[in-house]
Structures are given as structure tokens and as C-alpha cells.
Write a protein of this length. Sequence first.
Length: 95
Amino acid sequence: MIRRPPRSTPSNSSAASDVYKRQAYQVKVIDTTGAGDAFNAAFLYSLIVKKWDYKKASMFANAVAALKCTKLGAQTGLPKLEEVDEFLKNRGITF
């Protein structure tokens, strides 16, 4: 779940549109080491470099973390951008 920081709303208010929930992608898990770091890096990349909104960034980061779990090693298991694009495309998601 990702919660977008409030823009100019009172600190005690919350809008349902500010919360994004994503189901985990189903993959064959080999090694979860580094999956959280992979998610965080992909999420920031999506926001800062690609300028995507939180919803799109969370979908992308979730895919990166899922693919990372299918390979051994925190760094060596990181997917290439093309792998992430193909993974999402196979699930009917394109950006």
C-alpha cells in the first residue's frame, strides 16, 4: 500500500484516492533478498525519472520486486528494464 502525501489538506483528513493498493504478482520465488530495495529504487525511478504518477509507479515497482524474487542474489537478481516491460506486457499492462 502506498499513501500519497497530502497536498494542501488538513493533516487529519484522508481521501480514499490517496491510497493505492496493489496485489503482489504471482511468481516462483527463488530469493527475496533485496526485493524491498528493488521496489524502493524502482518506485523512485518511476517518480523522478519517468515522472509517472503514484499508481503507475507502484505497478512498475511491484513488477521489479516480483522479478527480483525469481532470481538468486540481491544485485545479480535485479531485472533489466526490458524484462520488466515484457513482464508487464504479458499481464496486459503497458506504459
